[in-house]
Design a protein around this ligand. Sequence first.
Ligand SMILES: *Cc1c(COP(=O)(O)O)cnc(C)c1O
Length: 452
Amino acid sequence: MRGLTVIGLGFVEPRFLAEVSVETECVTGKSLLERDRQRVWHPYAPMPAANDPIVVTSARGVRLTLSDGSEVIDGMSSWWAAIHGYRHPVLDEAVRGQLGDMAHVMFGGVTHHPAVELAETLVDIAPGGLEHVFLADSGSVSVEVAIKMALQFARGVGRPARRRLLTVRGGYHGDTLGCMSVCDPVNGMHSMFTGMLPEQLFAPVPSPGFAEQFDGSHIAEFAGLLAAHTDEIAAVIIEPVVQGAGGMRFYSPDYLRAVRRLCDEHEVPLIADEIATGFGRSGELFGCDHAGVSPDIMCVGKALTGGYLTMAAVLCTPEISQGVNAAESGALMHGPTYMGNPLAAAVSLASIKLLLSRDWRSEVRRIESELAAGLAPAASLRGVRDVRVLGAIGVVEMERPIRVARTQAALIERGVWLRPFGRLLYTMPPYVSSLSDIRTIASAMVDATRQH
Ligand SMILES: *Cc1c(COP(=O)(O)O)cnc(C)c1O
């Protein structure tokens, strides 16, 4: 209850607010961690969480400051998002500037400068043909919107029986129910949600690896499923070239090219989920750019706002929009409350401009070669199955599940924050990381692997 009075104060000087919150802590006599344990649910965690979270008091550049005053390098970029690091003056200023105009206004029947300019900028940099933009409030929501677009498109073009999606195993597309239905069925624990998830079609994990030789056999099962179920398939959805949270795998751009060709052959729209890969992470601006293909629908999120606020976008071709319009509703049936949020749009715009103004390609390439060199010693360690690097993504895949708490403690001791999952210890550092930061991350990963 005590904390609520802070909200009731309305406009207070920051100095006073600080006093209030200090007092709150004194009155309850509990540490922040104890209060967190009592009240706060964390991602993919039981309640209370099995392991204490770290307490971050501030962040600047690539470093998080912890409550004991120590600093760690954020090798996660806050889940792929903070590509320019924290408290970047340009991004801070974009938010502050927009705050002076308005923080938010509804988007139904309303428009504003940041949203329009962001949509134009996204169209400019996206693969060709994507001309229309739907702004959504998170990656998962954008995937839901993409799926709804595909379903409404199918009805609009007179193919209402096309109500399923074809995807690949090992994928990750978000945590809401529609997204979950296209996530890897095993990783995504589909069995726990039987009856709630639409049953989609799954081809094997894409292969071969990024730089390996592709041939027709690699796409045969995918092609077979698409041919056998064409009349049921509203769209194909796939993460281009990099499968992220579903297993951190890099596959051949030729595979993606073959997917594009097959979708064309069968007149099935292709949805590219670029939420993790977008904005340079894999070495090209978008994963699709490795293959030189354009999807019919594309989702971006995560690094879109430079890690400042939650926003995502769905881009599509005019053909998709026309098909959606032709369905019985005459409109796309989606409209989140915070759609097009001006603060998020303004900072997204600033983040994209900042990215394009930097030599991001060289920065990512430098990170790539430094990670490759730094992680190489892990390849010969006991218990390591594979070490792989693509763009600013470095992965050590173990034979067995990682003991997360222990590994994280070892990493923090070496000044590095990472969040391993399953058998994967991986990093996707901010592009502004110095080479010595990257070396620190890589050597901490090798040490943690050695001790594992
Ligand atoms: C993170 C992610 C999502 C979900 O985005 P949220 O903003 O967490 O909802 C979807 N697809 C991919 C490829 C992602 O990496």
